[in-house]
Write a protein that binds this ligand. Structure first.
Ligand SMILES: C[S@@+](CC[C@H](N)C(=O)[O-])C[C@H]1O[C@@H](n2cnc3c(N)ncnc32)[C@H](O)[C@@H]1O
Length: 261
């Protein structure tokens, strides 16, 4: 697949070194802040947490949604059958607009997750489409996808699952997976104007980031969605090491890396 993987590997490795340095700086800043708090300085500066704020719902009720890498399909079923009341956008989402896919074959899926038998039956009964053996990096090879496009292509908690013990190699393997997925997904997004990027957003301080929920989604940074714009890829990852070291936002800026084919 690669003409030469070396430049990409070197680039990713140097990116990882930068990230490690950042993590160290962040830890040092946090520890300085804790010492300062302990000494009584900085009192009253605690950041007020708005626990009542509504979470971002990155969907419209008109969206056609493609779910990638489902495990037992419980997310798909919740989306179709039991969306949270806090998300009015999802109350009228037609089930037929949802295509849920797993990397596993149907047999493998039921073997790993016996509860999936019932979940998949319910999904199909409600009109959602369920497909197995769909490789996120080769969506063009799925016959059922020919000529189709989606408003949202969603992969919750992607992971190559190769069991690589060496952390740097593990990160690299997941970065390559994400890059290949982004490249593959781009051909299946609804075409239209590129969504505006919210550039006015103030960069968070280290301590503000620590106040954040542990799970991040690219959608949280995104401005409101309109129905005529280009489709979006949504990736959900835990906001902790080593996942932060995958540096998905940076990968997403250049998904068509010239060094991988
Ligand atoms: C951590 S699990 C997350 C499962 C599910 N999305 C969830 O949120 O519970 C990672 C998933 O990615 C899938 N996966 C790994 N490589 C894949 C690939 N090339 N294409 C599609 N899915 C893949 C695995 O089969 C697994 O289901």
């Amino acid at each position: 697949m690669a003409k030469s993987k070396k430049p990409l590997k070197a680039a990713l490795q140097s990116q990882q070194s930068r990230l490690r340095l950042k993590e160290k700086e962040k830890a040092a800043a946090l520890s300085a802040e804790l010492v300062s708090k302990k000494n009584g300085k900085g009192k009253g500066k605690e950041i007020a947490k708005d626990t009542t704020s509504r979470p971002t719902i990155p969907f419209l009720e008109t969206d056609r949604i493609l779910l990638i890498g489902e495990g037992n399909f419980s997310f798909a079923l919740a989306l179709v059958r039991n969306p949270p009341a806090i998300a009015p956008e999802l109350q009228h989402l037609p089930s037929k607009n949802v295509t849920a896919t797993a990397y596993d074959t149907e047999e493998e899926c039921y073997e790993k997750y016996p509860e999936a038998v019932e979940i998949v039956a319910q999904l199909r009964e409600s009109g959602a489409e369920v497909l197995f053996a769909v490789d996120a990096t080769q969506l063009n090879k799925v016959g059922a996808f020919k000529g189709r496009r989606w408003d949202k292509i969603v992969w919750n908690f992607p992971h190559a699952g190769k069991g690589i013990a060496d952390q740097d190699r593990n990160i690299l393997s997941n970065q390559l997976l994400i890059l290949s997925f982004l490249r593959s997904a781009s051909g299946f997004l609804v075409q239209g104007p590129i969504p505006a990027v919210n550039t006015s957003r103030k960069r968070k301080t280290a301590s503000e980031e620590d106040e954040d929920d542990e799970v991040q989604s690219s959608a949280m940074e995104a401005p409101p969605v309109t129905s005529t714009e280009r489709g979006r890829v949504l990736i959900t990852l835990r906001n902790v090491v080593p996942y932060t070291q995958w540096d998905v936002p940076r990968l997403a800026k250049k998904p068509t890396c010239p060094n991988i084919k």
